[in-house]
Design a protein around this ligand. Sequence first.
Ligand SMILES: O=P(O)(O)OC[C@H]1O[C@H](OP(=O)(O)O)[C@H](O)[C@@H]1O
Ligand SMILES: Nc1ccnc(=O)[nH]1
Length: 503
Amino acid sequence: MIFKVRLIPVKMNEFYGFANEEDLKEIGIIHGDRLKLVKGSKSITIFPQPSQIVARGEIGIPINIAEELKVKDGEEIKAFPISRPKSVEYIRKKLSGKKLSKDEIYEIIEDIVNNSLSEIELTAFVVSNYLVGMDFDEIEWMTRAMIETGETISFEKGIVVDKHSIGGVPGNKISLIIVPTVASAGLLIPKTASRAITSASGTADTMEVLANVNLSVEEIKEITERVGGVIAWGGATNIAPADDKIIRVEYPLSLDPKPQLLASVMAKKGAVGAKHVVIDIPVGEGAKISDMKRGRELSSDFVELGRRLGLNVTCAITYGGQPIGRAVGPALEAKEALKAMEERKGSSSLLEKSFGIAGILFEMAGIAMNGYEYAKELFMKGKTHEKFLEIVEAQGGEIRRSEEIMVGENTHTFTASFEGAVVAVRNKAIVKIARAAGAPKDKGAGIVIHKKKGEVVKKGDPLFTIYAEKDWKLQNAVETARSDFPIIVSGMILDRYPSFKVM
Ligand SMILES: O=P(O)(O)OC[C@H]1O[C@H](OP(=O)(O)O)[C@H](O)[C@@H]1O
Ligand SMILES: Nc1ccnc(=O)[nH]1
């Protein structure tokens, strides 16, 4: 069928288009079916949505798709229905509990990269990995497929190292300190990070407060060779491009199944040709991994996957039972990290962890016997700070001082209603509140924790402050905090059952 193009002034992540209901009926397309649009030598597959905004004979195309297809408003275009890709069958095979072959996994990943799978199909793939899982061969094939369907970087000289956290602990801004520390010692660290998956700010969201994180592969290479390191968003590069598309469906579900987690992290490390890699595995209540046993199992999976891919991997099992440092949310976290570098002091959970992980990289690369001490020395001498500012500048950032970082102007502080000691700062509640306040999209939204586990509080002491850019989001976050209180003080009544009050 021939359609006349109607440009719709929106950009859509998914490949949607709009067609008149009558036309769709005539071609025999129902919800979830695909339509291939062909213009000259170019073609794109869309999921047409029935809509009255286009007349019969017209096809509504979002501007980003029109750009890709190089079509203009009013032009004619050929369209015909196509069947579902084979990979949908493979996803169903996984859902029924079976092992996939190497070719099947490659086809799924290729279809993800080419936007040939709908969000529903992609979600089914993630859920199948959550429910059924994958064996080691499948995980290796998926990781290799993710690397091979994107661009890779190779460095001609220098020792390339990298770090990655599996995530799951709020406030984990350690990469902002580790990358410059490691780079200041002469190692190369082309770090790509994801945006938030289960937290309120991923490293890419945090770094974006200070600099441009949308770097191309060429820019990552050039900046790393020139200043020693970068902190870039993996989703903007063409490095493991399937990764960010998968993360987009993981984020709303706060779900990060083990096969996806392993492949997501290791594909990014493999693609930049890292020789030595440290994986941070936070373990604790409310983190992705709740106990040491599972932490060790996951460590051994990372080491084995590294061995298969030719990367030397060490895992650091870290304490993840409460947030790292005191700030949660993009701008607040960027501020906390930069302030610590400026003042050469900060929260011990932030600094100890950063020195520890940078230290392991130093030992793996053979440039220090006591890596922790070496990292601490570089930090205390101001080398970390100096290098961080160089990296920010190289990535086009203009902020030089932590005071320049703007945070949300609408705030609310919760105080202790009696004396006691903090027995828990609950990760999941902290994330829920920070997200309700607007993080990670609203950069200035988040939480500052005034009292952490073990600290003594007096009646009236501030426990935590919520920051929001918009007042209505602050009110939402305050309500969320009231119903799911994040800081537990000993002696506190956690719940009342039955909950009715006798008047
Ligand atoms: O906590 P959640 O949001 O699940 O995980 C996502 C975060 O974990 C990783 O950390 P890093 O880049 O090594 O610092 C990712 O890149 C991302 O920043
Ligand atoms: N699934 C993931 C977890 C943490 N970091 C990532 O990049 N990916």
